[in-house]
Write a protein that binds this ligand. Sequence first.
Ligand code: SF4
Length: 155
Amino acid sequence: MTRHNVYAPNKIANDHLQSYATSNLNIFQGAPSYSSCNSPIRYEIRKGLLAGKYVGRVVVFLRGTGCEWMKTGGGCTMCGFHLATNAGVKINDEAQFEQVEKALNETRKYHYPILCLYNDGSFLNPNEISREVAAKILNLINKSTWIKKTGSMTI
Ligand code: SF4
């Protein structure tokens, strides 16, 4: 499959981007999927800004299904996230939820108010993560009292 919607202002740049995206796609399609995806890749403690103050921030790198944009056309040319994903093979709901549950269990001791969940794709794309498990994850975060909620979470 070739990517069809690369845009660049001239033919040389366009051809270059096209070839880069095609090579991304080939790498993605040839990448192995994981036999077990029920643990996050890792987490890191960083700083974040909340209401003008620096606070602790937990960044969790989840094993994601893989970005559908990458799967269907080679993705964004600057992106290498696909290398850490399940190569487009959808991770089952239980494993997706278990990853977040484990991450929260391991990091709750910090009581940091910011949580960043990176899944190297889209949390809102049901082909990558089903709506049911996304709602379950949001419910779990909602119950995690140490995480600051800055908007309404209607699930
Ligand atoms: S994960 Fe984000 S940046 Fe990477 S290809 Fe997908 S949409 Fe683009």
